[in-house]
Design a protein around this ligand. Structure first.
Ligand code: DAH
Length: 342
């Protein structure tokens, strides 16, 4: 029996080197643990050997308990000396070999926000006010005030998310048109309405469930499609830093009449065809049109006296075109290497 103890001692030494305190406890001291079982066997030991056996077993147990205690206190000491910065990016605290990252984590604005600043700057120089859209809105601003009465089939074009309390995550920044007309009226009204939008999308390289739009509205007496064409073209040429040809194609939106799809010549290939324009030479960039009289009325303006135009363009899409990004989902991945390389 004493030889059995010697064998166990040898395995125990190996285990002490390899197992954690918890694992040792489980293997040797738990209800079915190796040492516990040996204690139960004491009664079967020959009387002449029982004393020595008992002493050896007790000694083993004491040594093991001490070792376990030591292992556990080592872990606690280690834990308490690792300093955690709760405000740091998630990968900084997690493992030691990632810590050198700290040195080059300087912090910077996201490319989407940088580009938004550039665009807002262009419009501010053109005399536009700025009002950011909301990230939770209601049926009136999402649909009703934009000439989508209840049951209107065009509501289906905007499959988005609703809360149980009947609030909506806006599917476009046009939700702000009514507020802008009321807040900045009487005309002239020139406002840019940037903001985050959400759609219940099957995502792919050019569709995301969360994205930014930049809405613009311009209302005054005797405003025409010609003013719309010139304003949007000027803005895009300044932003993309190149001359553009433009086309206007028919589209449908309940809140404009007429409704237009604004198309630009591809700034990369000069209409020859490339991967950015899907080899067509042209890029359909945004919806726009003359503001529907019902939308002006809902905003407290007389459509006999005033007219205006509005547009809504996807910021992510525009930035992807400008910076040559082939998948807009990358803009929201949070991949720091991708963002740094931009
Ligand atoms: N809100 C539209 C969309 O997201 C885009 C749009 C079209 C905005 C025409 C406008 C507009 O202001 O006049 O699909």
């Amino acid at each position: 029996m004493i030889t059995t103890l010697d064998n166990i001692k040898n395995t125990l030494i190996e285990d002490i080197n390899q197992l954690t305190g918890g694992q040792l406890k489980q293997k040797y001291l738990s209800k079915d643990g190796v040492l516990t079982k040996l204690f139960k066997d004491i009664k079967d030991i020959e009387a002449s050997q029982r004393k020595e056996y008992g002493e050896q077993l007790n000694g083993l147990k004491k040594d093991l308990e001490e070792t376990i205690l030591q292992k556990e206190s080592n872990i606690n000491n280690e834990k308490s000396t690792v300093s955690i910065d709760p405000s740091a990016p998630f990968d900084v605290n997690s493992s030691k070999d990632k810590r050198p990252h700290i040195i080059d984590l300087k912090g910077s604005s996201h490319p989407l926000m940088e580009e938004l600043e550039i665009i807002l700057d262009i419009f501010q120089r053109m005399g536009f006010d700025i009002l950011e859209s909301r990230q939770l809105d209601d049926d009136f601003h999402m649909f009703e005030s934009l000439n989508f009465p209840k049951g209107h089939p065009a509501r289906d074009m905007y499959d988005t998310f609703w809360t149980d309390e009947n609030f909506v995550l806006p599917a476009h920044t046009s939700t702000m048109q009514n507020r802008a007309l009321r807040r900045f009226g009487p005309p002239p009204i020139r406002v840019i309405l940037p903001g985050r939008c959400f759609r219940n999308e099957a995502t792919d390289a050019s569709h995301e469930h969360t994205f930014y739009q930049i809405e613009g509205i311009y209302v005054d007496e005797a405003i025409s499609m010609g003013n719309m064409q010139a304003t949007i073209k000027e803005y895009l040429e300044q932003y993309l830093e190149t001359d553009l040809e433009i086309k206007m194609q028919p589209a449908y939106f309940p809140f404009t009449e007429p409704d237009v799809e604004f198309v630009i010549s591809c700034p990369f290939c000069n209409k020859k065809g490339c991967s950015t324009c899907a080899n067509s030479g042209w890029i359909e960039l945004m919806g726009c049109g003359m503001i529907h009289p019902n939308v002006l009325l809902a905003g407290g303006l007389d459509p006999q006296k005033y007219s205006g135009f509005a547009w809504g363009v996807g910021l992510d899409r525009l930035v992807a075109i400008k910076r040559g990004i082939n998948d807009i989902r990358k803009l929201r991945d949070g991949d720091i290497n991708f963002l740094r390389a931009l």
